[in-house]
Design a protein. Structure first.
Length: 490
């Protein structure tokens, strides 16, 4: 398992090292040496001998000066392009004050590091454009210049072919725009230690949650999951049920509220009863593997419940939430979609009455409604926002974006598996069902959330490989789940 650290955690680690007696110049020599090695590897791989280091002020630019000097000493054609206001450091290399006319095969981006807190503009923006149109192989030192807190690109930003993270993997490289800008990632160990950080799970970590089944076992050993929904929209809970069937849970139940209500109109009652029967038939036809029942508010005893997919926002949904919070204690409750929108409308304090572990699975806009924060505020600090909400309400948060953040108290993980093919309505329903099924197997909420997002991310990748990022649908992702699990567990 890897760990990724935010810019703030990184700077804290660097500051601790300096207070402990390590000089800034010593750290710069180590970082510059690692960068020189990375650039040399790229030049050898490309069969070239020339590199340009675009250096700004601060430590990032200093790393570039050190690396260029080292490569010059090794006999390479290493030059420096100094940004306006960049450090004036004596160097044996040729130093350009303006963009050179000659082309370089490799460019090292050493303009800005983790301290950037403003959009790049003016001549600095011209340097970013120059790097982008150069046609060179681009290596970013620590982070691509322009990548700010939360992995958000501040206006202009460098798109790297490769990023050499100095000291540790930066969380911002994995989040939001960072995932599109970093290219191939490697980490240079320069002898620093860091506290905190987000867990980055890999195949081996997830594999441990799919142990080989005992031959002497039965469906009762693997738990039961209930996909609970109103009769508002049928497709969403069916997607969730389809994913739950492939989670490994022993039973998958579809529990739907009845449309029939007592009233004096016999014709209306008959019509609603017919609609109920149609829903039952449709569910049975789509997933004969599932058990079907109507939910009338009676206690639920399944090992996990997923609720909210296609439910709508209404007093009836609020009543179901209140009933679940006050009576359900048999397992884990997964809340998605309109369950979250109902919480946002009726008050998140409802969560305090829960009697079981709860996982909430909002996307950025749903989380904005839940917290009152703007989407921009959340994107600037998804890890901090998710941890804050988790601690406030004692829930596990699955904050969905291109890189999903999972938080439970101070424990946090970033899921790096996935594909833009998942940016489609219904993907969240699939995740909710698979997550509930994973919980039903007895896996604790945090581990279940990391496992489910990872497996669904891999399934999204496989579906995109087969169908294309545009054409792959959530139903295709469900069909890809078995292959995803197999690829992880082999």
């Amino acid at each position: 398992m890897k760990r990724a650290f935010t810019y703030a955690e990184t700077r804290a680690g660097e500051g601790k090292a300096v207070l402990g007696g390590t000089s800034v110049s010593a750290l710069m020599e180590r970082a510059g040496g690692a960068l020189a090695d990375a650039v040399e590897r790229a030049m050898k791989r490309l069969g070239v001998t020339d590199a340009l280091f675009v250096c700004g002020g601060g430590n990032n630019g200093g790393d570039g000066y050190v690396a260029a000097k080292i490569l010059r000493g090794r006999g390479y054609d290493a030059a420096i392009l100094r940004a306006p206001g960049g450090a004036q450091i004596s160097s044996p290399c040729e130093v350009f004050e303006r963009i050179p006319r000659r082309r370089y095969a490799v460019i090292a981006d050493c303009l800005f590091g983790t301290g950037l807190s403003r959009p790049i503009g003016g001549t600095e923006a011209e340097l970013v454009d120059f790097i982008g149109r150069s046609g060179a192989y681009v290596i970013a030192c620590d982070v691509p210049s322009g990548l700010s807190r939360g992995g958000i690109a501040e206006g202009k930003a460098v798109r790297a072919d490769e990023t050499l993270a100095i000291g540790c993997l930066k969380a911002e490289l994995l989040l939001s725009d960072g995932a599109d800008l970093l290219g191939k990632i490697s980490v240079a160990d320069i002898g620093l230690s860091f506290e905190g950080g987000a867990e980055i799970w890999e195949d081996g970590d997830v594999r441990a949650l799919f142990p080989k089944k005992r031959s002497h076992s039965n469906k009762g050993d693997y738990g039961s999951v209930a996909v609970l929904s109103t009769a508002n929209i049928l497709g969403a809970p069916l997607l969730a049920a389809g994913a739950a069937l492939r989670s490994g849970a022993g039973y998958t139940d579809i529990c739907m509220t009845s449309m029939s209500v007592p009233c004096g109109d016999a014709a209306k009652i008959a019509a609603l009863q017919t609609a109920d029967e149609l829903h039952r038939v449709l569910c049975a036809a789509k997933y004969p593997d599932c058990r079907f029942s109507f939910y009338d508010g009676e206690p639920i005893f399944e090992s996990a419940v997923a609720f909210g997919m296609g439910a709508g926002v209404s007093p009836a949904v609020k009543s179901i939430l209140e009933e679940l919070f006050s009576t359900y204690e048999s397992g884990t409750l997964v809340l998605d979609a309109d369950a979250l929108n109902t919480l946002a409308a009726c008050g998140t304090d409802m969560l305090r009455s829960k009697k079981c572990p709860v996982i909430v699975t909002p996307h950025i806009k749903e989380f904005s409604r839940l917290t009152g924060k703007t989407p921009e505020e959340i994107l600037r600090d998804p890890i901090g926002c998710a941890k804050e909400f988790s601690k406030a309400y004692g829930v596990t948060v699955v904050l969905k974006n291109n890189r999903t953040v999972i938080a439970e108290g101070d424990r946090v993980a970033i899921n790096t598996a996935g594909s833009p093919a998942l940016a489609k309505g219904g993907s969240g329903d699939v995740l909710a069902g698979f997550l509930a099924g994973t919980c039903a197997r007895g896996i604790p909420p945090f581990e279940a959330a990391v496992c489910a997002t990872y497996v669904l991310g891999r399934a999204g990748e496989l579906a995109a490989d087969k169908m294309g990022e545009y054409a792959a649908a959530p139903s295709d992702v469900i069909l890809a789940i078995p292959a995803a699990i197999k690829s992880i567990t082999l």
